[in-house]
Write a protein that binds this ligand. Sequence first.
Ligand code: 5GP
Ligand code: MN
Length: 334
Amino acid sequence: MKIQDIQTIQELLSTPKKIAIIPHRSPDGDAMGSTLGLYHFLLKNNQYPVVISPNEFPDFLAWMPGSETVKVFEKDKKKCTNLLEEAELIFTLDFNALHRVGEMEKVLEKLVVPFVMIDHHQSPDDYAAVTYSDTNFGSTCEMLYHFIAALGKTADIDKTIGTCIYTGILTDSGSFRFPKTTGTTHRIIADLIDLGVENSEIPALLYDNSSYDRLQLLGRALQNMKILMEHKTTYTTLTQQELDHFNYIKGDTEGIVNYGLSIKGIVFTAIFIENAEEKIIKISLRSQGDFDVNLFAREHFNGGGHRNAAGGKSEASMEETVMKFENLVSKLKT
Ligand code: 5GP
Ligand code: MN
C-alpha cells in the first residue's frame, strides 16, 4: 500500500464513524471473509460498521462469525438505503466496478462520502478515494491481512478476524493450489493457525457439508459435460428445470465449474447456469495457464474477473448461448 493511502485511512479511522462495508453481488467465501473480517476489525477499533450485501449470501457461509449481522439489500431496500445514506465511509471489497452490486449501484452512485476499495481483480474503476488494488494477490482476504498490517494493527487480528481471512484465502486459492498462492500466503495462514483458527474445521464446514440433492446436481452437471478435445475445452450446462429438480439452493453450484479442468489436457472450461427469474444464463469460466478468461468474458459475455477465473452472463437462450460459445471456441488457439 502507498504511504499516502495508509495515512488517509488512518485519518479516516481516527474518529468513530458509521461505516458501510460492501461485497459484490452473490458474495463468495472471499467476499464474505473480507467484509466480515474488516467488520470485526473496525468494531475492535471503535467504529460503527455494518456489512450490506447486495443479495443473499449462500447458506454454506452462514456459519461465518458475524454473518447474522449482515444486511441484505434485496431483502430490505429501504433500511439498507438508509444505512448507505447515513454512512460516513464506504468500503467496497472483492470487486472493482460499481455495477457488480446490481441494483444497489443506483444508491452508491449518489453518495458523496469517501470510498475505499480493496480488491484483486483486473482494471479497477476510478470511484474510490483510496484504491488498494493488486492483481498479484490470490484473494481480497490476503490483502485485508496486509491492509491491517499496514495500519500497524497486526496485533488486532484475533481468532475471529483470522477465521474470516482464512476462509477467503482458502476458497479463492482453490485450497492453496492456484498459482497466486505464495510463501507469504502460507506464512499468513501459519500465523492464523497459531491464533487458533480452526484449519481443519473450516474446510469441513465449507466442503463436507453438502446435501444429497447438491451431490445429485453435481452428478447431472458432470453427465451434461461436453468435451471439445481439439480445443482443449470442456463445458457443461444446468437448466432451471434441472436446478428445480434437485431443489437448488444458492451456493449449490459453487465449484462445479472446476471439474471441467480436471480432465487431462483440458485448459479451458465453462459452466452455463440458467436463471429463469433474472432471465439470464450465468456463465463461469476457468482456465489453466496463459489463456485469459477475463478477456474472453469481457469481450463476449459482458463479464470479467481474473486471467484464470472469470464470469459473465448472456441474455440469449441456453441453446443460443452454448452455440455462441462453441463457435468462439472453434476459433480459439488454446
Ligand atoms: P465465478 O465464476 O466464481 O462466479 O467468478 C469467477 C471470477 O469472475 C470472480 O472473481 C468474479 O468476481 C468474477 N466474475 C464472475 N461473474 C462476473 C461478472 O458477471 N462480471 C464481472 N466483471 N466479473 C465476474
Ligand atoms: Mn476474491
